[in-house]
Design a protein around this ligand. Sequence first.
Ligand SMILES: *Cc1c(COP(=O)(O)O)cnc(C)c1O
Length: 369
Amino acid sequence: MEVNQPVPLFSAVAANAGIDFSEPLMRVVNRHWYILGEEVKSFEREFADYVGATRCVSVANGSEALEIALLSLGVGPGDRVITVANAGFYSSTAIRAVGAEPVYVDVDDESLTMCTESLRNALFTPVKAVIVTHLYGRMADIENIYEISKAAGAAVVEDCAQSHGARLANGQCGSFGDLACFSFYPTKNLGALGDGGAIVTCSDELAARLLKLRQYGWSTKYHVTSASGRNSRLDEMQAAILRVKLPLLDQWNEQRRAIAKKYCEAFANLPVKLPTSLGDDYVAHLFVIRVEDRETFTTYLSKQGIATDVHYPVPDHRQTAYVLKETFELPVTESISSQVVSLPCFPGLSDAQTNRVVEAVTSYFKQRV
Ligand SMILES: *Cc1c(COP(=O)(O)O)cnc(C)c1O
């Protein structure tokens, strides 16, 4: 690695290093079966087992996983769905797509995931479902959120698109909600070589609905028995790739966590807010710190050859594409949106690159005093 090469936020080359893709791809090519075949069936079985759910229905991407999950729960026009506003508008897109209305609750100032107090208050008015995003790879307080939501009659959908493999003592991310949605976008902790997604559940009834919804609303070929069906399928090539990568997920997550740990130790005395968990409930999808004067900080890092990004700069309730029926007070969400900044953290990021990030961040604060 050249000393002065910029350190990227993510590198597909590094993240996929050492994997032989030709065998799984040629297996599919030589079988001449490209859609909903052996690879998809096997991946769905293997992924459900990995998560600790009984069923997995793969789909075309993580956004459609959320949308189809909501449809399977019967969410539609006029329904209200609770979500957070600091997670990149993904859940909002799905809620809007099914014609429902998002209800935003604030996030906890430490975990940056859904605040249970804020959730409790929002549940005084009926909602059909709650989408819980395990943001940046950090699991939300899902056990309490599930209990609170179910007591109010709302279904719970986990958004695990950033948290494949995170776990609590009582189970793995994706095994707590009525349904859990995953994305296999290339930069995710488990990424395909293209788009992909999945929904896992322990309900045979919901799985049966998902299977119809992902393929034209068919119960059997050419018999449309479910409204709102569409075509949303994972293809055989991506499934074959994901089957090669799934057994490596835990070790990659371990690498991500090791990098996060190194950053946390190096930045412990700097005027920044760091991730508050480095345990099994955090798989370091993104290493996000909070700083004042973010613009100055990112400009400095950029000059040092360190890539950064902001996840996410505009809270969902401040996006301009849709008119909201209600107003929301989200003080934590608002304040963090101007502070959060993501640093390079991915499997394959070398020690030398990690050290360069550490040095750049440290020197930024040195020259400031
Ligand atoms: C990436 C992502 C999605 C969307 O997944 P796609 O496969 O890109 O559609 C949904 N939710 C979260 C939290 C994500 O990070």
